[in-house]
Design a protein around this ligand. Structure first.
Ligand SMILES: NC(=O)c1ccc[n+]([C@@H]2O[C@H](COP(=O)([O-])OP(=O)(O)OC[C@H]3O[C@@H](n4cnc5c(N)ncnc54)[C@H](OP(=O)(O)O)[C@@H]3O)[C@@H](O)[C@H]2O)c1
Length: 289
């Protein structure tokens, strides 16, 4: 059970390491055969939670690329009903930029597109990608709650939120998960109480960029402490960083990205890595960025 995580208090259980599918669809993405192979390796090694978003694409003309890719791969593998695909709405990609748009009409349109791309009647977990400062948060939430009541969404999640914003949302509706940036070098949500608050309220905390991010992950291999622990445990620095996160709570479900089979295979093995209390304390003391 150590390797299992419940989504909120839904009773739905998942492997403690998910797949962050973004690198399979953004700039620099691998070809389709390699992308399929990454998903296949993840599922073959027992993974059953995949994070995506409508905007994991090259730009606005390519919206839904990642969702279609995942759906096709899962269909081909015959495991669509065994893997949860969590998607998001609330951004746009004009010219490849990342722009927040929490307007109710856009959220509804995005959800409809995601239903089509995933070829489903109901999205298991739909996350608000970010709060749009130009739109009253309650209006974005109302739209998502309406989509849920209409049967298009089973569970709601938030992303890129503060503790205050989460509390605001909870006054309004049930939230199953919070997805924020969190890794050894970015521990804001440990300091501001969000991770503890999620634990207390039985909300799954999903660290994104859990090994440092699309470009930042290379820093892991340069840290002397990570190098030392990697040698000691015969594991990659990435695996050490993920094991550290897993150790921080039974409600924490990291979603490392991967565009190579070797990356996701290695990340999944973090579930079997037991770091000593001393080494966890040493990692806790590592300087943040
Ligand atoms: N909600 C949001 O706003 C938001 C923002 C960013 C990301 N996300 C989600 O979070 C996921 C993860 O974040 P991320 O992709 O930005 O960063 P990340 O997971 O910290 O790092 C991604 C890169 O690290 C490399 N990597 C990961 N595990 C590895 C391992 N065990 N060994 C060697 N290399 C490894 C991979 O390289 P290769 O590509 O070479 O395999 C991958 O592309 C995304 O895919 C996305 O689903 C959400």
């Amino acid at each position: 059970m150590k390797q299992q995580r419940e989504l909120g208090n839904t009773g739905l259980m998942f492997k403690a390491i998910g797949l962050g599918a973004m690198p399979l669809s953004i700039s620099g993405r691998p070809d389709e055969a390699q992308a399929f192979a990454v998903i296949e390796a993840f599922v073959a090694d027992g993974g059953n939670f995949i994070d995506t978003a409508n905007v994991y694409s090259l730009d606005d003309n390519d919206i839904g690329h990642n969702e279609r890719l995942i759906r096709q791969a899962l269909d081909q593998l015959g495991v669509r009903d065994k893997v949860m695909v969590a998607t998001k709405g609330g951004l746009r990609r004009p010219g490849g930029a990342w722009v927040v748009d929490g307007d109710p009409d856009w959220l509804r349109q995005s959800c409809e597109h995601s239903l089509q791309a995933l070829q489903t009647d109901c999205i298991s977990l739909y996350q608000l990608h970010a709060i749009d400062p130009k739109v009253d948060f309650r209006r974005s939430l109302e739209t998502l709650v309406a989509l849920k009541e209409e049967g298009n969404i089973l569970h709601l999640g938030l992303s890129n939120v503060s503790p205050e914003q989460l509390e605001q949302a909870l006054e309004f509706t049930v939230i199953a998960s919070v997805q924020n940036r969190c890794n050894l070098f970015d521990r804001r949500d440990f300091h501001n109480g969000l991770i503890d608050f999620c634990r207390a309220r039985r909300i799954t905390y999903i660290p994104y960029s859990p090994v440092g991010g699309h470009h930042g992950h290379v820093r892991l291999g340069q840290e002397p402490l990570l190098q030392q622990l990697a040698a000691k445990y015969q594991a990659s620095p990435h695996r050490i960083a993920l094991a550290w996160l897993l150790h921080k709570g039974r409600h924490i479900l990291p979603i490392p990205g991967a565009s190579r089979i070797a990356s996701i295979r290695d990340s999944l093995q973090a579930m079997d890595l037991n770091l000593s209390a001393e080494d966890i304390a040493a990692l806790d003391r590592l300087a943040e960025q």
